[in-house]
Design a protein around this ligand. Structure first.
Ligand code: B3K
Ligand code: ZN
Length: 876
């Protein structure tokens, strides 16, 4: 087999032919579905008269190809390397094809496949070519009419994009529905669902007074889990009208829940298909975190209707155009509903741990890559999260109002078109008059910029001078980096805790301002500043960078107490904890006693005693930096020292502050019925953090509190928190019965069983890996289902660092075995799961050798493009 080749952005050519109308007929059959396509094709005036027509297709059994009703002879076309090439075609014509596909054996879950009792599709980015011959590229947009024929009994429900225009009965117990989608769309937004489904209906009146029917389709047993998604959808529709002036554009909006799904969900026009884990919820089965995640994903997919569907991407290199903007939109939506600082803290934590790690690893890529082998590998944190940070920076640079004018103009100007990142940024430049040339580098340069700041105080002149330098490290294929345009939001906190007025060159900037760092190094002089002012830098994480500043511990405690910016109060606490933990790691490495810095205990004591009106933020402040974030700071990562030191820090905080944690735990108990409201979620979050410290202290009394909370069985948030503490404790006599009871009780609910899997395999105890192997044989586990794989294998390899990195190499071997199997079944998931194995560069030599050995073993297989691309990069 030939080695997969990379595709380059610089090779982009516009399509030679456009398709005005696409007519599809599906005759559904689990093993042999017949797909008939009629494409109304016209040559673009700019392309050559002799231009060949090129269509994509993968795994199709072709039965007929005809032009204007005339079947083609074998000499009149070629099929090679997943392409159908017809050299001579008229200027305008109808191309008819008829193919057979096999949805049942489609384990890649791309194209048309079978999930439980239903047929469903996933076409983004290149799944449509597994359905029929087609120019499967986002810059070919057509109006679709789709007829779905199915068995009346087994597929009573037949759905596709747009509005149903005709339905009827056919011989042999078959029936059909014809759907018409009036909005031109690329093939990746096509969707089809058929099966035995039930539906919950609601409606929404748009700002112009149009009535939109809302439908959520699920298997009958899930009807009771749809309320939250429906409520979230309506909130999202209202928000998009208010915040962006965007109205929904069809009479019907449908969501379908599917059990086997590679991602969270998909924004198909008028027919969003969701991973059931990203849509189904109720208090008994779903945690607060998942309620919020569902709210965010429902909104995200809905928002794509404008940022993605009405205005789409010219080519897949522009993926962040729709994803970055839409993530920014869903983040803004969520923070308008829940605690805004906590939402920011969560998003930044994700950026700083996982995205920074991606940016520093072998698969680092720019937000707009310039080449790829397999585009499915680029649905990454860099494209999504860093892409969103870039849009956020733009919105700060322009100010909210100008940004809104820019987005209005963007939607209006490019409606119905397939565009590039430049079109978005240039529109923003146009409405604001800003020069965004340098800013564009954010899309082109991979790697996380490192900011190094220092200050100097002149007591005589009462001047505070801040110097900030920037440097972006080299990444694979990009040795030299240019300075970026970095917005640094900041303030100064005076020694008495008051904000300092910021005066630069005699001009006041209030107490909070944005510095524009554009050079490799720049300096700012603040006048009229008293001695002892502490800089609060990068407020709200105003740019996706690492920042170093030599804050003393006293200065960090000061910021923790007084900073006006909630996000930076949290960040100061994290930095303070990090210093303490790093000190303990050093002791761990010297085999000495690990003593926790008294200043951190003092800081926590202050946090626990001080009244606060934002309990959700307080809960976040009480969580120590994650192992992943600690590892991100180390030049050489010592897995065991990180785990040991962090664990010891938690235990010592618990020992010193037991009564404080206990009273927080009791003060945040709830008497009213469960609701996923921000107030209740804040209480539960705080209560459960407190409980985790109490249990860490090791007193039986605390474990009994956890058991009581588990047995009270009030809601999944509290049950899962307690179960995790029991299952992760050394007390098998408490953990095992709880795990057993939970597994029996929820055996019928696969989404809860996923939580059960994940809880067990994230145990820090040495038997975690053996549990993974044991649970892989559990009847509820299936390697073909991505949710199960993520719950069991993903949770273990990504959230159980000590055990995944076992020195006997068993963790690596287990992951490699799974990847080898998934490579054959589901390459997209295989390429995602392999990632932890590629992050070996900063580990000790022994582990590096073991990990590379497993990567070599994988490389010797017959690899999919997906896995090939990742392994090649990792071993380069
Ligand atoms: N646009 C989809 C991505 C699906 C791609 C899967 N290979 C999900 C989203 O971002 O909304
Ligand atoms: Zn998206």
């Amino acid at each position: 087999m030939a080695e997969p080749q990379a595709i380059y952005l610089s090779d982009y050519r516009p399509p030679a032919y456009r398709i005005d109308k696409t007519e599809l007929t599906f005759d559904l059959d689990p093993q042999a579905t017949r797909v008939r396509a009629r494409l109304h094709v016209t040559r673009h005036p700019e392309s050559k008269a002799q231009a060949a027509l090129t269509l994509h297709g993968h795994g199709l059994t072709t039965e007929r190809i005809a032009i204007d009703g005339q079947a083609l002879l074998e000499s009149e076309y070629r099929i090679e390397a997943d392409q159908l090439i017809i050299d001579r075609v008229p200027e305008t014509f109808v191309l008819e094809t008829e193919v057979i596909i096999d949805p049942t054996s489609n384990t890649a879950l791309e194209g048309l496949y079978v999930s439980g009792p239903m047929f469903c599709t996933q076409c983004e980015p290149e799944g449509f070519r597994r359905i029929t011959w087609y120019p499967d590229r986002p810059d070919v947009m057509a109006v679709f009419t789709t007829t779905v024929i199915g068995d009346r009994q087994r597929q009573p429900v037949l759905l596709s994009n747009g509005n149903p225009i005709e339905r009827g009965e056919l011989p042999d117990g078959r029936h059909f529905v014809t759907w018409e989608d009036p909005h031109p769309k690329p093939a990746y937004l096509f969707a089809l669902v058929a099966g035995s489904l039930e539906c919950v209906r609601d409606s929404f009146t748009t700002m112009s007074g149009r009535e939109v029917a809302l439908e959520i389709w699920v298997e009958a047993q899930n009807l009771e889990k749809t309320d939250w998604a429906m409520a979230s959808l309506k909130r999202a529709m209202t928000w998009d009208e208010e915040a962006y002036g965007r109205e929904y554009d069809l009479d019907l909006f449908m969501i379908v829940a599917v059990d086997d799904f590679n991602m969270g969900a998909m924004e198909n026009k008028g027919l969003n298909i969701f991973n059931s884990a990203a849509v189904l919820a109720n208090p008994q089965t779903t945690t607060d975190a998942t309620f919020q995640r569902i709210e965010g994903i429902v909104a995200h997919e809905y928002f794509h209707n404008w940022s993605g569907n009405r205005v789409t991407c010219r080519d897949w290199f522009q993926l962040a155009l729709k994803e970055g903007f839409t993530v920014f939109r869903d983040q803004s939506f969520s923070s308008s509903i829940n605690s805004a600082p906590v939402k920011r803290i969560e998003d930044v934590a994700l950026m700083r741990t996982l995205q920074f790690a991606e940016d520093a690893g072998p698969t680092a890529h720019p937000v707009r890559p310039d080449h790829f082998i397999e585009i499915s590998n680029f649905y990454t944190l860099t494209i999504y999260e860093k892409g969103a940070e870039i849009v956020r920076m733009l919105s700060h640079l322009l100010g909210e109002e100008t940004f809104r004018r820019g987005s209005d103009l963007y939607f209006e100007r490019f409606d119905g078109q397939a565009v590039r990142v430049e079109d978005f940024v240039e529109t923003m430049a146009e409405v604001s008059g800003e020069d965004l040339t340098q800013f564009m580098r954010w899309y082109a340069q991979a790697g996380t910029p490192q900011l190094t700041a220092r200050s100097d105080y002149d007591a005589e002149k009462r001047r505070f001078t801040l110097t900030i330098a920037q440097q972006t490290p080299p990444t694979p294929g990009q040795e030299d980096k240019q300075p970026l345009h970095v917005p640094v939001r900041m303030g100064l906190m005076a020694a008495d805790g008051q904000p300092v007025e910021l005066i630069i060159n005699g001009e006041s900037h209030g107490t909070d301002t944005v510095l524009h760092l554009r050079e490799a190094e720049q300096q700012w002089v603040f006048e009229n500043v008293d001695e002892g002012a502490v800089p609060s830098l990068l407020r709200g994480f105003s740019a996706p960078v690492r920042l170093e500043y030599p804050w003393s511990r006293d200065e960090l405690s000061h910021l923790m107490r007084f900073d006006e910016d909630g996000f930076n109060r949290w960040d100061a606490t994290q930095r303070l904890a990090l210093i303490a933990i790093e000190e303990m790691m050093a002791a761990h490495q010297r085999n000495e006693l690990m003593a926790l810095d008294a200043r951190l205990i003092e800081a926590f004591s202050y946090l626990l005693r001080e009244p606060t009106d934002d309990r959700a933020v307080l809960a976040e402040m009480l969580r120590l930096p994650s192992e992943a974030w600690i590892a991100e700071q180390q030049r050489r990562v010592d897995i065991d020292a990180i785990h040991g030191a962090r664990r010891a820090a938690i235990e010592q905080l618990a020992d010193n502050l037991f009564p404080e944690f206990e009273s927080v735990y009791h003060a945040n108990q709830q008497s009213e019925a469960y609701a996923p409201t921000p107030e209740q979620m804040a209480s539960r979050s705080l209560k459960n953090v407190a409980l985790s410290y109490l249990v860490a202290n090791g007193e039986v009394e605390a474990l009994n509190m956890a058991r009581a909370q588990y047995e009270a069985d009030d809601n999944m948030t509290d049950v899962r928190a307690a179960l995790t503490l029991l299952a992760h404790s050394d007390r098998a006599d408490l953990g095992d019965p709880a795990i057993r009871a939970f597994g029996e009780r929820w055996a019928h609910d696969s989404l809860v069983m996923d939580q059960w899997f994940a809880t067990q395999v994230t145990r820090p105890q040495a038997d975690a890996l053996e549990r993974v192997r044991f649970l892989m044989d559990h009847p509820a586990f299936s390697i073909k289902n991505p949710n199960r794989v993520r719950a069991l294998i993903g949770a273990f390899t990504q959230q159980n660092r000590v055990n995944f990195h076992r020195l006997d190499g068993e963790g690596y071997r287990l992951l490699a075995d799974v990847v080898i199997e998934l490579n054959r079944l589901n390459p997209e998931i295989a390429a995602r799961m392999i990632v932890p194995l590629t992050r070996y560069h900063r580990l000790d030599e022994k582990r590096q050798a073991l990990m590379r050995g497993e990567l070599e073993r994988i490389r010797a297989e017959n690899l999919s493009r997906n896995v090939f691309e990742v392994v090649e990069k990792a071993l380069a």
